[in-house]
Structure formats: structure tokens, C-alpha cells
Design a protein around this ligand. Structure first.
Ligand SMILES: Nc1nc2c(c(=O)[nH]1)N[C@H]1C(S)=C(S)[C@@H](COP(=O)(O)O)O[C@H]1N2
Ligand SMILES: [Mo]
Length: 210
């Protein structure tokens, strides 16, 4: 198994082979378009069913809650069409996500005035960090369907986070917790050399590169 440092070196090497030609304005720098939907994760695929699934909202909130699937299903859903850019350089255009907007979840939990950051928790132990204002502004959601079908297990079903403006590693699969924080806490990749922010248009791939 490659270590995180070896992965980062492999990703940098892959970057040396970027395709030539006229840039597609929909494609962030250093990315190429794919028409499939690759699967990328740590390789541990938690098996979750709608019966066993729970979503916890906790931390700097006045009304922490834990929803079962039936409570989740009763919450108001919305759609979001967005491109998905993986830091390993593939971009998939126009995924049609459906799910519960982050705004709905945060409103339900009553975020405290000092709540500024989010840490997303996946059932495989994965975490990733985003700032609360930016996540809301990007229309982030917790998605339970993509392109008209229930989210498959490999793509993070029953439900995953989707942060459409940042690299794919911010979109935590098998989401089980949204933690609201008063101070920034870095996630799995962000503590292993990835950029704390991760904007594909700024090529914020690795910490210290920009
Ligand atoms: N829980 C969890 N979420 C995760 C990951 C992971 O390893 N575990 N990998 C991230 C990475 S690096 C990417 S690019 C996307 C890939 O999502 P996909 O497999 O649906 O394409 O999931 C992100 N969310
Ligand atoms: Mo990724």
C-alpha cells in the first residue's frame, strides 16, 4: 500500500503528463474531462443500509440532532447540478445531485453565533474540513441521489456531502456526521499535505504550493 507521501508524489508525476491543446473554459487548470464517474476513496467501503443509517449534526449548535432515514426522508429536498473535479485530475461535468441542502440541516440545528467551520465525518473514518460560510454560499448539500438514481454504495450511499466548488475530496462519502466548530480542524487529507481550502480554479491541490 502506498503511503500518503507516496500518493502525493504519484499525483505530482501524473500532473507532468497534462494534455496539450486549447483549454476548455469549463475545465479548471490541470484537469481533463471524463464521461464516466470514477470511484475514489481509501478503499474501505462501509456497508450502510437505510435502516442502519444515521446523520448526526453536532458541535457548536443549540439543537444537536441525530436523524434516522425516515426523519431524513421527511426533510425538504432540492437539486443541484454541478461539475466534479478530483485532485487526481479527472473532471466529470454536470452531475445532477438531489438531497437536503446544508442550509436546511444547519437551520434545524441552530448554529451558534461562534460556529464558523465544519468537519464532515464519513463512516469509514474519513474526515474533511470546509468553512461554514463558503459551504452555504456554494449551495453544498447532503445528497442521496445522483442523475436520477439513489446514490450507490461506492459513491457514498445512502448519503454523502457534496461541496460543488471545491475538489472532490471535500465531498465526504457515507456521511454520518456534520460537526460545527469554532476553530478550524483539518481533515484526513488536509493533515497529510493536501490544501486546507482546495479550490480547483486556483489549483489548490497541496499545502504550500499556493
Ligand atoms: N468517506 C470518504 N469520502 C470520500 C473519500 C474517502 O476516502 N472516504 N474520498 C474523497 C475523494 S479523494 C474523492 S475524489 C471523492 C470521490 O468520490 P467518488 O468516489 O464518488 O467519485 O470522494 C471523496 N470523499
Ligand atoms: Mo480525490
Amino acid at each position: 500500500m502506498k503511503s500518503p507521501a507516496e500518493w502525493i508524489e504519484a499525483l505530482k508525476r501524473a500532473g507532468a503528463r497534462r494534455p496539450q491543446g486549447r483549454p476548455d473554459p469549463q475545465l479548471p487548470p490541470g484537469q481533463h474531462r471524463v464521461d464516466n464517474f470514477p470511484v475514489l476513496d481509501l478503499g474501505m467501503h462501509p456497508v450502510l443500509t437505510e435502516a442502519s443509517w444515521r446523520l448526526r449534526l453536532f458541535g457548536a449548535v443549540a439543537q444537536p440532532f441525530e436523524w434516522s432515514w425516515s426523519e431524513w426522508s421527511a426533510a425538504s429536498h432540492a437539486e443541484l447540478t454541478a461539475d466534479f473535479h478530483c485532485v487526481t485530475r479527472w473532471s466529470r461535468f454536470g452531475l445532477r445531485w438531489a438531497g437536503v441542502p446544508l442550509a436546511v440541516l444547519l437551520e434545524q440545528a441552530q448554529v451558534r453565533a461562534d460556529g464558523r467551520f465544519l468537519l464532515l465525518h464519513g463512516a469509514d473514518g474519513y474526515t474533511t474540513n470546509v468553512t461554514l460560510d463558503e459551504a452555504l454560499g456554494s449551495r453544498a448539500m447532503v445528497a442521496d441521489a445522483v442523475d436520477g438514481k439513489s446514490l450507490s454504495a461506492v459513491h457514498g450511499g445512502p448519503a454523502r456531502f457534496v461541496m460543488p466548488t471545491l475538489y472532490g475530496w471535500k465531498s465526504a462519502k457515507w456521511l454520518q456526521g456534520i460537526e460545527v466548530l469554532t476553530e478550524e480542524r483539518l481533515g484526513f487529507w488536509e493533515t497529510r499535505g493536501y490544501h486546507r481550502h482546495g479550490d480547483p480554479w486556483q489549483e489548490e491541490r497541496f499545502a504550500g504550493t499556493n
